[in-house]
Design a protein around this ligand. Structure first.
Ligand SMILES: [Zn+2]
Ligand SMILES: [Zn+2]
Length: 244
């Protein structure tokens, strides 16, 4: 078996594990709806999730150079042409920062991602739907693309927080791994403070970074029970210790 065959085989196996009920096909051809040309797809996943058909196109790049913005742009054209809902580029040589930015900021109907082959075992093909943008049939349009998680430490206890953006509307989402709750920040709404089941309070801090751009950051703090006077609670510290 050649190197690239082994590489594709491993990716294929990973996809088979992640999508056990799907049809996973290698080396497929689909006639492009715009190009009217036969397009070759390394791995095609046909999955049925929440009552809709999902077409996932996987392109296995085995390069001696990093994926750059040009590769991403041609891949965008390709996924649009074949009518994929999800497009994944797998690379064994990494990618440039601008290539990743292009992927992360592509807020359209297609969800894109780049995966480094080295980390494929840690990658999860989770499609968390965004409930802020739905189509006329009430089906979520976008999926949440999660970034690197970060840790929130309170009183020596660590909670892992995922933060991501919707692939369609671009709104920020956070997920508390402590309780599994997903919090969505709707920039059109005034209520930008959310609480998860572990009583962590999430909010967004918007900071001006110049050139007319703002950077949004998720801010987390622990709920303090005696903070609002309506719910004033006195906690016996010894009692708390007992129950911890
Ligand atoms: Zn959305
Ligand atoms: Zn939580």
């Amino acid at each position: 078996m050649k190197d690239w065959e082994k590489y594709e085989e491993q990716i294929f196996e990973k996809l088979s594990d992640e999508f056990p009920d799907s049809n996973i096909l290698k080396n497929q051809k689909i006639t492009g709806k715009y190009s009217n040309r036969s397009r070759q797809i390394d791995i095609l996943v046909k999955s049925e999730s929440i009552g809709r058909n999902l077409l996932i196109a996987v392109d296995c790049k085995m390069f001696n150079k990093k994926i750059d913005i040009k590769t991403v742009e041609s891949f965008i054209g390709f996924t649009e042409d074949i009518g994929a809902h999800v497009g994944i580029l797998i690379t064994n040589k990494g990618y440039s920062k601008s290539a990743l930015n292009r992927v992360k900021n592509y807020h359209r109907d297609i969800q894109l991602d780049i995966i480094e082959f080295e980390y494929i075992d840690d990658y999860h093909f989770s499609w968390d739907d965004c409930y802020l943008c739905k189509d006329e049939y009430d089906i979520p349009r976008g999926r949440i693309i999660w970034n690197e998680p970060f840790g929130f430490i309170d009183d020596g206890a660590l909670t892992i927080i995922d933060n991501g953006k919707c692939s369609y509307c671009g709104e920020i989402h956070a997920k508390c791994q402590g309780c599994g709750m997903t919090l969505e920040f709707d920039s059109n709404s005034t209520d930008e403070i959310h609480e998860c089941y572990c009583e962590n309070i999430f909010s967004i801090k918007s900071e001006y970074i110049g050139r007319g751009m703002y950077e949004n950051q998720i801010i987390i703090r622990k709920k303090i029970n005696n903070e609002d006077d309506d719910n004033f609670e006195v906690n016996d510290p010894n009692q708390i210790k007992l129950f911890e």
